[in-house]
Write a protein of this length. Structure first.
Length: 295
């Protein structure tokens, strides 16, 4: 029984090699193992034996998820400017899918708040936060890509920028509506936000929604900070974008913004009240030293 793969099939099994038309073992690599080079210079992954199409696209699973279309949205091996371009495209495309889910769940939260269903809204907000967090974690894949790879890939992107992400822009548009719907529900409930935080037993369901909104805010801050870290790792600190603007300054301003500032102000108010009305005084600094920084 022949345990070697059929001709033209790549295998690393010892003693097996591609065979020519006469059935003799050949030491020449099959066509699909030949290294392909881009017109722009640099090797691309055309020599990867596992980089071709797979799946029939005909099973019920594949039809439902449209895997055939999904897996053809990235450049073919011979089209890539660099072997890392699959990573570059995949991460960004997956980011857009996670942001699409995030947008949907934010919309669900608006709908549930508008129907006075805070528990359902909190569940939707939790999903939005998790989707955004997963998207943020995938950015770490860019830590494996060096500047040289990026500069080759960047040729194909032209003057494109992450600031043009339709998902990111849409989240910025939808998030304010989440606050509007929440605040309108709070008003209908006759609840005071500060009092709800001072005494968590007064409106626990409302408080749970507020805290999940804050979690989403934190997740977006982390997403933007991770994005900024990726940019700095690849192109350096304070490097201008190809559009000629200070893109990193924009990223820093964006990361400082909050979708739900009133929820952050609540915390500042509670701490100010605590500090001004009964908090134990801080011990005096030892002679010759200074005391600094909040705790």
């Amino acid at each position: 029984m022949n345990v070697c793969p059929q001709p033209r099939t790549y295998s690393k099994r010892p003693g097996c090699s591609p065979k020519d038309a006469a059935g003799q073992a050949s030491h020449r690599p099959p066509p699909h193992l030949t290294q392909v080079r881009s017109d722009h210079g640099g090797s691309v992954s055309g020599g990867n034996p596992f980089d071709g199409n797979y799946g029939s696209g005909k099973t019920e699973y594949e039809k439902y998820l449209q895997t055939h279309r999904l897996l053809s949205l990235q450049k073919r091996p011979e089209e890539r400017l660099h072997e890392d371009e699959l990573l570059f495209q995949s991460v960004h495309q997956v980011e857009e899918i996670w942001m699409k889910l995030t947008i949907h769940e934010l919309g669900e939260a608006v709908r549930h708040f508008s129907s006075d269903e805070p528990t359902a809204a909190t569940r939707s907000l939790g999903r939005a936060t998790q989707a955004l967090t997963i998207g943020e974690s995938s950015l770490r894949l860019f830590d494996t890509m060096g500047p040289a790879a990026y500069l080759q890939i960047r040729r194909g992107l032209g003057r494109g920028s992450g600031a043009d992400s339709p998902g990111f822009r849409r989240i910025n548009q939808v998030a304010p509506h989440v606050w509007e719907a929440f605040d309108a529900m709070r008003t209908r409930m006759g609840a005071d936000l500060i009092e709800a935080y001072r005494d968590p037993t007064l409106h626990p369901v409302l408080l749970a929604s507020a805290e999940e909104m804050l979690s989403f805010d934190v997740a977006m801050v982390r997403f933007k900070q991770s994005h900024m870290a990726v940019v700095q790792r690849i192109i350096g600190v304070d490097t201008a974008s190809l559009r000629g603007n200070a893109s990193q300054a924009w990223l820093q301003r964006s990361a400082a913004k909050r979708y739900f500032p009133a929820l952050w102000e609540v915390r500042a108010t509670l701490f100010a009240d605590f500090a001004g009305a009964g908090a134990a005084p801080r011990p005096a600094a030892p002679q010759g030293t200074t005391s600094s920084g909040p705790t």
